[in-house]
Design a protein around this ligand. Structure first.
Ligand code: GDP
Length: 444
Protein backbone atom coordinates (compact mmCIF):
# COMPACT_ATOMS: atom_id res chain seq x y z
CA UNK A 1 0.00 0.00 0.00
CA UNK A 2 1.17 3.51 -0.83
CA UNK A 3 4.60 2.15 -1.76
CA UNK A 4 5.01 4.30 -4.82
CA UNK A 5 4.34 7.47 -2.86
CA UNK A 6 6.81 6.45 -0.20
CA UNK A 7 9.51 5.73 -2.75
CA UNK A 8 9.11 9.05 -4.49
CA UNK A 9 9.15 11.01 -1.27
CA UNK A 10 12.31 9.30 -0.13
CA UNK A 11 14.16 10.78 -3.09
CA UNK A 12 13.40 14.24 -1.70
CA UNK A 13 16.01 13.75 1.00
CA UNK A 14 18.67 13.31 -1.63
CA UNK A 15 17.88 16.48 -3.52
CA UNK A 16 19.06 18.68 -0.67
CA UNK A 17 22.53 18.49 0.70
CA UNK A 18 24.90 20.77 2.49
CA UNK A 19 22.74 23.79 3.23
CA UNK A 20 22.44 25.33 6.67
CA UNK A 21 19.05 26.85 6.03
CA UNK A 22 16.05 25.98 3.93
CA UNK A 23 15.68 28.71 1.35
CA UNK A 24 13.44 29.42 -1.61
CA UNK A 25 16.23 28.33 -3.95
CA UNK A 26 17.41 25.17 -2.33
CA UNK A 27 14.03 23.66 -1.58
CA UNK A 28 12.53 24.34 -5.00
CA UNK A 29 13.63 21.05 -6.48
CA UNK A 30 12.60 19.09 -3.41
CA UNK A 31 9.17 20.72 -3.33
CA UNK A 32 8.71 19.82 -6.97
CA UNK A 33 9.35 16.20 -6.03
CA UNK A 34 6.84 16.37 -3.18
CA UNK A 35 4.28 17.86 -5.51
CA UNK A 36 4.78 15.22 -8.19
CA UNK A 37 4.77 12.40 -5.67
CA UNK A 38 1.43 13.54 -4.27
CA UNK A 39 -0.10 14.10 -7.69
CA UNK A 40 1.04 10.62 -8.71
CA UNK A 41 -0.65 9.26 -5.62
CA UNK A 42 -3.82 10.89 -6.94
CA UNK A 43 -4.20 13.37 -4.13
CA UNK A 44 -5.98 15.96 -6.31
CA UNK A 45 -4.49 19.19 -7.58
CA UNK A 46 -6.13 21.75 -5.24
CA UNK A 47 -5.15 19.77 -2.17
CA UNK A 48 -1.61 19.23 -3.45
CA UNK A 49 -1.11 22.90 -4.33
CA UNK A 50 -2.30 23.96 -0.95
CA UNK A 51 -0.18 21.36 0.78
CA UNK A 52 3.04 22.28 -1.01
CA UNK A 53 2.44 25.97 -0.31
CA UNK A 54 2.06 25.23 3.38
CA UNK A 55 5.17 23.08 3.50
CA UNK A 56 7.07 25.86 1.77
CA UNK A 57 5.83 28.52 4.15
CA UNK A 58 6.72 26.44 7.20
CA UNK A 59 10.09 25.35 5.84
CA UNK A 60 11.41 28.68 4.55
CA UNK A 61 13.99 30.23 6.78
CA UNK A 62 13.92 27.27 9.06
CA UNK A 63 17.28 26.59 10.55
CA UNK A 64 18.49 23.08 9.97
CA UNK A 65 18.99 22.03 13.55
CA UNK A 66 21.57 19.71 14.99
CA UNK A 67 23.12 17.16 12.72
CA UNK A 68 20.18 16.99 10.32
CA UNK A 69 20.67 17.46 6.60
CA UNK A 70 18.36 19.99 4.93
CA UNK A 71 16.53 17.13 3.21
CA UNK A 72 15.84 15.49 6.52
CA UNK A 73 14.65 18.77 7.99
CA UNK A 74 12.28 19.23 5.07
CA UNK A 75 10.93 15.71 5.53
CA UNK A 76 10.20 16.70 9.12
CA UNK A 77 8.06 19.56 7.83
CA UNK A 78 6.37 17.35 5.24
CA UNK A 79 5.57 14.85 7.95
CA UNK A 80 3.93 17.32 10.29
CA UNK A 81 1.97 18.84 7.43
CA UNK A 82 0.79 15.39 6.32
CA UNK A 83 -0.44 14.76 9.83
CA UNK A 84 -2.29 18.09 9.81
CA UNK A 85 -3.75 17.38 6.36
CA UNK A 86 -5.22 14.11 7.54
CA UNK A 87 -6.83 15.70 10.57
CA UNK A 88 -4.14 15.92 13.21
CA UNK A 89 -5.30 13.45 15.78
CA UNK A 90 -7.46 10.36 15.85
CA UNK A 91 -11.15 11.19 15.80
CA UNK A 92 -12.83 8.71 18.13
CA UNK A 93 -16.39 7.49 17.85
CA UNK A 94 -18.97 9.44 19.73
CA UNK A 95 -21.26 7.38 21.96
CA UNK A 96 -24.54 8.92 23.01
CA UNK A 97 -24.90 9.69 26.68
CA UNK A 98 -28.29 8.06 26.47
CA UNK A 99 -27.86 4.62 24.84
CA UNK A 100 -28.32 3.23 22.32
CA UNK A 101 -25.80 5.12 20.23
CA UNK A 102 -26.91 4.78 16.63
CA UNK A 103 -24.19 4.49 13.96
CA UNK A 104 -25.43 4.85 10.38
CA UNK A 105 -23.28 3.64 7.49
CA UNK A 106 -23.85 5.13 4.05
CA UNK A 107 -22.01 4.96 0.75
CA UNK A 108 -21.93 3.57 -2.76
CA UNK A 109 -22.65 -0.03 -3.53
CA UNK A 110 -19.55 -2.16 -3.15
CA UNK A 111 -17.78 0.46 -1.03
CA UNK A 112 -17.59 -1.97 1.86
CA UNK A 113 -20.50 -0.88 4.08
CA UNK A 114 -21.72 -4.32 5.09
CA UNK A 115 -18.19 -5.57 5.65
CA UNK A 116 -17.40 -2.45 7.69
CA UNK A 117 -20.61 -2.82 9.72
CA UNK A 118 -19.44 -6.30 10.70
CA UNK A 119 -15.88 -5.15 11.34
CA UNK A 120 -17.06 -2.28 13.50
CA UNK A 121 -19.32 -4.58 15.51
CA UNK A 122 -16.39 -6.94 16.01
CA UNK A 123 -14.02 -4.16 17.03
CA UNK A 124 -16.49 -2.78 19.57
CA UNK A 125 -17.19 -6.20 21.07
CA UNK A 126 -13.45 -6.85 21.35
CA UNK A 127 -12.45 -3.50 22.81
CA UNK A 128 -15.49 -2.53 24.87
CA UNK A 129 -18.17 -4.26 26.89
CA UNK A 130 -20.88 -2.68 24.79
CA UNK A 131 -23.88 -4.65 23.69
CA UNK A 132 -24.21 -4.32 19.92
CA UNK A 133 -27.16 -4.75 17.56
CA UNK A 134 -26.79 -4.87 13.77
CA UNK A 135 -29.53 -4.16 11.22
CA UNK A 136 -29.64 -4.06 7.42
CA UNK A 137 -32.02 -1.73 5.63
CA UNK A 138 -30.93 -2.84 2.15
CA UNK A 139 -34.28 -4.13 0.98
CA UNK A 140 -33.20 -3.97 -2.65
CA UNK A 141 -30.73 -6.80 -2.44
CA UNK A 142 -31.71 -9.90 -0.47
CA UNK A 143 -28.07 -10.96 -0.69
CA UNK A 144 -27.04 -7.88 1.29
CA UNK A 145 -29.39 -8.71 4.16
CA UNK A 146 -28.12 -12.29 4.13
CA UNK A 147 -24.51 -11.13 4.04
CA UNK A 148 -24.98 -9.12 7.22
CA UNK A 149 -26.90 -11.97 8.87
CA UNK A 150 -24.01 -14.35 8.15
CA UNK A 151 -21.46 -11.88 9.47
CA UNK A 152 -23.49 -11.33 12.63
CA UNK A 153 -23.76 -15.07 13.20
CA UNK A 154 -20.04 -15.65 12.72
CA UNK A 155 -19.19 -12.75 14.99
CA UNK A 156 -21.79 -13.76 17.55
CA UNK A 157 -23.30 -10.29 17.44
CA UNK A 158 -27.08 -9.80 17.59
CA UNK A 159 -28.94 -8.98 14.40
CA UNK A 160 -32.32 -7.31 14.10
CA UNK A 161 -34.00 -9.30 11.30
CA UNK A 162 -35.35 -7.53 8.23
CA UNK A 163 -36.64 -8.59 4.82
CA UNK A 164 -37.21 -7.16 1.37
CA UNK A 165 -40.94 -6.64 1.88
CA UNK A 166 -40.34 -3.92 4.47
CA UNK A 167 -39.63 -0.21 4.16
CA UNK A 168 -36.08 0.84 5.06
CA UNK A 169 -37.14 3.67 7.42
CA UNK A 170 -39.62 1.40 9.21
CA UNK A 171 -36.91 -1.27 9.64
CA UNK A 172 -34.46 1.23 11.11
CA UNK A 173 -37.05 2.67 13.50
CA UNK A 174 -38.20 -0.75 14.64
CA UNK A 175 -34.59 -1.77 15.23
CA UNK A 176 -34.01 1.35 17.33
CA UNK A 177 -37.14 0.66 19.33
CA UNK A 178 -35.97 -2.91 19.93
CA UNK A 179 -32.48 -1.72 20.88
CA UNK A 180 -33.95 0.71 23.43
CA UNK A 181 -36.21 -1.87 25.00
CA UNK A 182 -33.47 -4.47 25.22
CA UNK A 183 -30.76 -2.20 26.54
CA UNK A 184 -28.36 -2.27 23.63
CA UNK A 185 -25.51 0.23 23.83
CA UNK A 186 -24.99 0.52 20.10
CA UNK A 187 -27.16 0.04 17.01
CA UNK A 188 -25.28 -0.20 13.71
CA UNK A 189 -27.51 0.53 10.71
CA UNK A 190 -26.32 -0.69 7.31
CA UNK A 191 -27.98 1.01 4.33
CA UNK A 192 -28.35 0.20 0.66
CA UNK A 193 -25.67 1.45 -1.70
CA UNK A 194 -26.64 4.55 -3.56
CA UNK A 195 -25.31 7.07 -6.00
CA UNK A 196 -25.25 10.62 -4.75
CA UNK A 197 -27.00 11.65 -7.95
CA UNK A 198 -29.85 9.22 -7.31
CA UNK A 199 -32.28 11.59 -5.65
CA UNK A 200 -34.83 9.01 -4.49
CA UNK A 201 -32.11 6.98 -2.80
CA UNK A 202 -30.56 10.05 -1.23
CA UNK A 203 -34.00 11.06 0.07
CA UNK A 204 -34.32 7.60 1.58
CA UNK A 205 -31.05 7.70 3.49
CA UNK A 206 -31.96 11.19 4.73
CA UNK A 207 -35.30 9.81 5.96
CA UNK A 208 -33.52 6.95 7.75
CA UNK A 209 -31.22 9.54 9.28
CA UNK A 210 -34.16 11.62 10.46
CA UNK A 211 -35.89 8.50 11.79
CA UNK A 212 -33.07 7.17 13.98
CA UNK A 213 -31.02 10.35 14.59
CA UNK A 214 -27.61 8.69 14.57
CA UNK A 215 -24.85 10.09 16.71
CA UNK A 216 -22.42 8.87 14.07
CA UNK A 217 -23.14 9.05 10.35
CA UNK A 218 -20.20 7.38 8.68
CA UNK A 219 -19.55 7.59 5.00
CA UNK A 220 -17.93 4.40 3.76
CA UNK A 221 -15.72 4.89 0.74
CA UNK A 222 -13.46 2.71 -1.36
CA UNK A 223 -9.98 4.23 -1.39
CA UNK A 224 -9.16 2.52 -4.68
CA UNK A 225 -11.45 5.02 -6.37
CA UNK A 226 -8.93 7.77 -5.71
CA UNK A 227 -10.23 11.23 -6.50
CA UNK A 228 -13.65 9.86 -7.48
CA UNK A 229 -13.99 8.67 -3.92
CA UNK A 230 -13.27 12.17 -2.71
CA UNK A 231 -15.84 13.72 -5.03
CA UNK A 232 -18.55 11.27 -3.97
CA UNK A 233 -17.65 11.95 -0.35
CA UNK A 234 -18.14 15.65 -0.96
CA UNK A 235 -21.58 15.06 -2.47
CA UNK A 236 -22.62 12.91 0.50
CA UNK A 237 -21.24 15.43 2.96
CA UNK A 238 -23.49 18.03 1.38
CA UNK A 239 -26.56 15.82 1.62
CA UNK A 240 -26.05 14.24 5.05
CA UNK A 241 -24.56 15.60 8.26
CA UNK A 242 -21.63 13.17 8.17
CA UNK A 243 -19.60 12.80 11.32
CA UNK A 244 -16.81 10.76 9.82
CA UNK A 245 -15.43 8.62 7.06
CA UNK A 246 -14.50 4.97 6.80
CA UNK A 247 -11.88 4.44 4.13
CA UNK A 248 -11.89 0.85 2.89
CA UNK A 249 -9.52 -1.28 0.84
CA UNK A 250 -6.36 0.56 1.75
CA UNK A 251 -4.68 -2.83 1.45
CA UNK A 252 -5.37 -2.91 -2.28
CA UNK A 253 -3.31 -1.07 -4.84
CA UNK A 254 -4.78 2.22 -3.69
CA UNK A 255 -2.34 5.01 -4.32
CA UNK A 256 -3.35 6.78 -1.16
CA UNK A 257 -4.77 9.93 -2.72
CA UNK A 258 -8.15 9.52 -1.07
CA UNK A 259 -6.58 9.14 2.37
CA UNK A 260 -4.69 12.35 1.78
CA UNK A 261 -7.45 14.56 0.47
CA UNK A 262 -10.79 13.34 1.75
CA UNK A 263 -10.45 15.12 5.09
CA UNK A 264 -9.56 18.44 3.55
CA UNK A 265 -12.22 18.29 0.87
CA UNK A 266 -15.12 17.21 3.10
CA UNK A 267 -13.97 18.66 6.40
CA UNK A 268 -14.88 15.30 7.98
CA UNK A 269 -12.37 13.14 9.80
CA UNK A 270 -11.41 9.65 8.68
CA UNK A 271 -12.35 7.54 11.68
CA UNK A 272 -11.50 4.04 10.46
CA UNK A 273 -9.66 2.33 7.65
CA UNK A 274 -10.31 -1.09 6.19
CA UNK A 275 -7.08 -2.94 5.50
CA UNK A 276 -8.22 -6.43 4.51
CA UNK A 277 -11.25 -8.41 3.49
CA UNK A 278 -11.14 -10.24 6.80
CA UNK A 279 -13.13 -9.12 9.81
CA UNK A 280 -10.02 -8.13 11.76
CA UNK A 281 -8.78 -5.87 8.95
CA UNK A 282 -10.17 -2.68 10.44
CA UNK A 283 -8.27 -0.01 12.32
CA UNK A 284 -8.94 3.28 14.03
CA UNK A 285 -7.34 5.94 11.85
CA UNK A 286 -4.32 7.73 13.29
CA UNK A 287 -3.03 10.57 11.05
CA UNK A 288 0.36 10.47 12.73
CA UNK A 289 0.88 6.77 12.07
CA UNK A 290 -0.45 7.09 8.54
CA UNK A 291 1.91 9.97 7.76
CA UNK A 292 4.85 7.96 9.07
CA UNK A 293 3.74 4.99 7.04
CA UNK A 294 3.46 7.10 3.91
CA UNK A 295 6.87 8.64 4.39
CA UNK A 296 8.26 5.23 5.31
CA UNK A 297 11.29 6.93 6.79
CA UNK A 298 11.03 6.01 10.43
CA UNK A 299 14.75 6.50 10.92
CA UNK A 300 14.76 10.03 9.54
CA UNK A 301 11.64 10.99 11.46
CA UNK A 302 13.19 9.94 14.74
CA UNK A 303 16.35 11.88 13.86
CA UNK A 304 14.25 14.98 13.29
CA UNK A 305 12.43 14.47 16.57
CA UNK A 306 15.67 13.95 18.44
CA UNK A 307 17.29 17.06 16.92
CA UNK A 308 14.36 19.23 17.95
CA UNK A 309 14.23 17.72 21.42
CA UNK A 310 17.90 18.58 21.80
CA UNK A 311 17.33 22.23 20.89
CA UNK A 312 14.54 22.37 23.46
CA UNK A 313 16.79 20.87 26.09
CA UNK A 314 19.63 23.30 25.39
CA UNK A 315 17.27 26.28 25.62
CA UNK A 316 15.70 24.99 28.82
CA UNK A 317 19.13 24.52 30.33
CA UNK A 318 20.14 28.07 29.40
CA UNK A 319 17.05 29.45 31.07
CA UNK A 320 17.59 27.33 34.17
CA UNK A 321 21.19 28.54 34.31
CA UNK A 322 19.95 32.13 34.26
CA UNK A 323 17.70 31.49 37.23
CA UNK A 324 20.51 29.95 39.17
CA UNK A 325 22.79 32.88 38.58
CA UNK A 326 20.05 35.14 39.82
CA UNK A 327 20.16 37.29 36.71
CA UNK A 328 17.03 39.33 36.26
CA UNK A 329 14.72 38.39 33.47
CA UNK A 330 14.73 41.30 31.01
CA UNK A 331 13.07 42.07 27.70
CA UNK A 332 16.00 40.60 25.79
CA UNK A 333 15.39 37.29 27.51
CA UNK A 334 11.71 37.66 26.77
CA UNK A 335 12.55 38.20 23.13
CA UNK A 336 14.86 35.23 22.86
CA UNK A 337 12.13 33.11 24.36
CA UNK A 338 9.69 34.36 21.78
CA UNK A 339 12.15 33.56 19.01
CA UNK A 340 12.56 30.09 20.36
CA UNK A 341 8.80 29.65 20.39
CA UNK A 342 8.49 30.87 16.85
CA UNK A 343 11.07 28.39 15.69
CA UNK A 344 9.20 25.60 17.31
CA UNK A 345 5.87 26.46 15.79
CA UNK A 346 4.34 28.77 18.30
CA UNK A 347 3.04 28.37 21.77
CA UNK A 348 0.92 25.31 21.08
CA UNK A 349 3.89 23.02 20.56
CA UNK A 350 5.66 24.41 23.60
CA UNK A 351 2.77 23.95 25.97
CA UNK A 352 3.62 20.48 27.13
CA UNK A 353 7.22 21.44 27.74
CA UNK A 354 6.55 24.33 30.10
CA UNK A 355 5.78 24.15 33.78
CA UNK A 356 2.02 24.04 34.33
CA UNK A 357 1.84 27.55 35.81
CA UNK A 358 3.54 29.14 32.83
CA UNK A 359 1.39 27.13 30.47
CA UNK A 360 -1.75 28.41 32.08
CA UNK A 361 -0.58 31.98 31.85
CA UNK A 362 0.60 31.59 28.29
CA UNK A 363 -2.67 30.07 27.16
CA UNK A 364 -4.40 33.20 28.41
CA UNK A 365 -2.06 35.44 26.48
CA UNK A 366 -3.27 36.06 22.98
CA UNK A 367 -0.02 37.84 22.24
CA UNK A 368 1.82 34.57 22.56
CA UNK A 369 -0.14 33.02 19.71
CA UNK A 370 1.96 32.02 16.75
CA UNK A 371 0.96 34.96 14.57
CA UNK A 372 1.30 37.62 17.22
CA UNK A 373 4.80 36.53 18.13
CA UNK A 374 6.27 38.46 15.24
CA UNK A 375 4.41 41.64 16.27
CA UNK A 376 5.64 41.34 19.82
CA UNK A 377 9.14 40.82 18.60
CA UNK A 378 8.80 43.89 16.39
CA UNK A 379 7.92 46.00 19.43
CA UNK A 380 10.91 44.79 21.41
CA UNK A 381 13.13 45.42 18.40
CA UNK A 382 12.08 49.07 18.42
CA UNK A 383 13.43 49.54 21.93
CA UNK A 384 16.96 50.60 22.71
CA UNK A 385 19.20 48.09 24.51
CA UNK A 386 18.90 50.17 27.64
CA UNK A 387 15.12 50.16 27.49
CA UNK A 388 15.13 46.40 27.12
CA UNK A 389 17.25 45.98 30.21
CA UNK A 390 15.35 48.53 32.28
CA UNK A 391 11.76 48.61 31.04
CA UNK A 392 10.83 50.80 34.02
CA UNK A 393 12.31 53.83 32.22
CA UNK A 394 9.62 53.51 29.56
CA UNK A 395 7.44 56.60 30.00
CA UNK A 396 4.78 57.91 27.61
CA UNK A 397 7.07 59.58 25.09
CA UNK A 398 9.34 56.57 24.77
CA UNK A 399 6.33 54.33 24.37
CA UNK A 400 4.99 56.53 21.59
CA UNK A 401 8.32 56.36 19.80
CA UNK A 402 8.44 52.55 20.14
CA UNK A 403 4.85 52.14 18.95
CA UNK A 404 5.54 54.30 15.90
CA UNK A 405 8.71 52.36 15.17
CA UNK A 406 6.93 49.02 15.31
CA UNK A 407 3.83 50.28 13.51
CA UNK A 408 1.46 49.48 16.37
CA UNK A 409 -0.74 51.37 18.84
CA UNK A 410 0.72 52.53 22.18
CA UNK A 411 -1.87 50.31 23.80
CA UNK A 412 -0.18 47.26 22.34
CA UNK A 413 3.15 48.34 23.82
CA UNK A 414 1.45 48.65 27.20
CA UNK A 415 -0.09 45.22 26.90
CA UNK A 416 3.26 43.73 26.11
CA UNK A 417 4.87 45.44 29.10
CA UNK A 418 2.12 44.22 31.41
CA UNK A 419 2.56 40.70 30.25
CA UNK A 420 6.31 40.95 30.55
CA UNK A 421 5.99 42.27 34.09
CA UNK A 422 3.77 39.36 35.05
CA UNK A 423 6.23 36.93 33.60
CA UNK A 424 9.12 38.64 35.34
CA UNK A 425 7.32 38.41 38.65
CA UNK A 426 6.64 34.79 38.08
CA UNK A 427 10.26 34.11 37.26
CA UNK A 428 11.31 35.78 40.49
CA UNK A 429 8.87 33.72 42.49
CA UNK A 430 9.96 30.53 40.82
CA UNK A 431 13.50 31.34 41.80
CA UNK A 432 12.41 31.93 45.34
CA UNK A 433 10.66 28.59 45.22
CA UNK A 434 7.46 30.29 46.30
CA UNK A 435 5.07 28.17 44.29
CA UNK A 436 2.14 28.58 46.62
CA UNK A 437 2.22 32.33 46.32
CA UNK A 438 2.55 32.04 42.60
CA UNK A 439 -0.53 29.87 42.28
CA UNK A 440 -2.55 32.39 44.29
CA UNK A 441 -1.34 35.16 42.04
CA UNK A 442 -2.40 33.37 38.90
CA UNK A 443 -5.80 32.53 40.23
CA UNK A 444 -6.36 36.11 41.38
P1 GDP B 1 -21.28 -2.76 0.34
O1 GDP B 1 -22.00 -2.96 -0.96
O2 GDP B 1 -20.91 -1.33 0.51
O3 GDP B 1 -22.01 -3.31 1.51
O4 GDP B 1 -19.87 -3.53 0.19
P2 GDP B 1 -19.42 -4.92 0.81
O5 GDP B 1 -19.27 -4.80 2.27
O6 GDP B 1 -20.28 -6.01 0.30
O7 GDP B 1 -17.95 -5.03 0.20
C1 GDP B 1 -17.71 -5.13 -1.19
C2 GDP B 1 -16.44 -5.96 -1.40
O8 GDP B 1 -15.31 -5.28 -0.88
C3 GDP B 1 -16.48 -7.30 -0.68
O9 GDP B 1 -15.91 -8.27 -1.52
C4 GDP B 1 -15.60 -7.09 0.54
O10 GDP B 1 -14.99 -8.27 0.95
C5 GDP B 1 -14.60 -6.10 0.01
N1 GDP B 1 -14.02 -5.26 1.05
C6 GDP B 1 -14.64 -4.44 1.94
N2 GDP B 1 -13.77 -3.79 2.72
C7 GDP B 1 -12.53 -4.21 2.33
C8 GDP B 1 -11.19 -3.88 2.73
O11 GDP B 1 -10.92 -3.06 3.64
N3 GDP B 1 -10.18 -4.52 2.09
C9 GDP B 1 -10.43 -5.42 1.08
N4 GDP B 1 -9.38 -5.98 0.49
N5 GDP B 1 -11.66 -5.71 0.67
C10 GDP B 1 -12.69 -5.13 1.28
Amino acid sequence: MLDALTQRLSSVVKTLRGHARLTEDNIQEALREVRLALLDADAGLPVVKDFVARVKEKALGQEVVGSLTPGQALIGVVHSELVALMGGTNAALDFATQPPAVFLLAGLQGAGKTTSAGKLARLLTKTTKKKILLVSTDVYRPAAIEQLATLAKNLEVDLFPSDTSQKPVAIAEAALDWARKHYYDVLIVDTAGRLAIDEAMMAEVKAIHAGVKPIETLFVVDSMQGQDAVNVARAFAEALPLTGIVLTKLDGDARGGAALSVRQVTGKPIKFVGVSEKMDGFEAFHPERMASRILGMGDILSLVEEAHAKVDRVEAEKLAEKFKKGKDFDLDDFKSQLQQMKKMGGMASLMDKLPAQLTQMASQSPELGEKALARTEGIINSMTPQERRKPEILKASRKRRIAAGAGVQVQEVNQLLNKFEQMQKMMKMMRGGNLGKMMRNIKG
